[in-house]
Design a protein around this ligand. Structure first.
Ligand code: RP5
Length: 176
C-alpha cells in the first residue's frame, strides 16, 4: 500500500471510491498537520471484498493502530472493515446522494458487538476522523497530546478573533 510520509504508517485512511477523495482530503490534510504517519487506499466492500479483507487483516502487522473509512450510499465499508479487526475503526459518512443520510445510518446503526465510531457527514466528519485518530494515538504519545491541546487553543483564539470582527462589523453598520 502507498505510504504517505517516511515513517511506518500508524493510521490507515480508506475510502470506497476515488470519488470520495475530495472530501477525505480533509482527513489526510489534518493527519499531515499533526505529522501522523499514514497510508491511503481506495477499497470497496462491495466491489473488492477480497482486497478489503486482505488489507484489513494485514494492517496490524504493518503497525496500523487506527483505521478511518469513508464511504457513501449503502456505506458498508467501515462495518465490514470492523468485522475483520479489533483495531478502532472510524467511519465517515459521505454525501453521494440523500444528503449522506443513507451513509450516516449505514455507519451509525451497527448492531451490538462490532463497533464503528461514526463521525458527521462530509468534510466535518473527515476532519474529525483525523482528530479522533490523533486522540486515540495521543493516549500513549505525549507529543501528540500536547499538539492536540495546542490545536484546541488555536481554535478558541480563532473564534475570539472572528467574534471581534463580527462585533466591529456590527458597530460599523450601526453607525452608517
Ligand atoms: C460508495 O459509493 C463510495 O464510497 C462512494 O461514496 C459511492 C459512489 O461511488 P462511485 O460510484 O462514485 O465509485 O461505495
Amino acid at each position: 500500500m502507498p505510504k504517505l510520509g517516511r515513517a511506518a504508517p500508524l493510521v490507515a485512511v480508506v475510502m470506497g471510491s476515488d470519488s470520495d477523495l475530495p472530501v477525505m482530503n480533509e482527513c489526510l490534510k489534518l493527519l499531515g498537520q499533526f505529522s501522523v504517519p499514514h497510508e491511503c487506499a481506495v477499497i470497496s466492500a462491495h466491489r473488492t471484498p477480497d482486497r478489503c479483507r486482505q488489507y484489513v487483516r494485514s494492517a496490524p502487522a504493518r503497525g496500523i493502530k487506527v483505521i478511518i473509512a469513508g464511504a457513501g450510499r449503502a456505506a458498508h465499508l467501515p462495518g465490514v472493515i470492523a468485522s475483520y479487526t479489533t483495531l478502532p475503526v472510524v467511519g465517515v459518512p459521505l454525501d453521494a446522494g440523500m444528503s449522506g443520510l443513507d451513509a450516516l445510518l449505514s455507519i451509525a446503526q451497527m448492531p451490538s458487538g462490532v463497533p464503528v465510531a461514526c463521525m458527521a457527514v462530509g468534510k466535518s466528519g473527515a476532519a474529525n476522523a483525523a482528530l479522533f485518530a490523533v486522540e486515540v494515538l495521543a493516549v500513549s504519545d505525549g507529543v501528540l497530546a500536547r499538539k492536540l491541546k495546542q490545536h484546541r487553543t488555536s481554535m478558541a483564539a480563532e473564534v475570539v478573533r472572528k467574534s471581534s470582527l463580527v462585533v466591529a462589523e456590527r458597530n460599523r453598520a450601526d453607525k452608517s
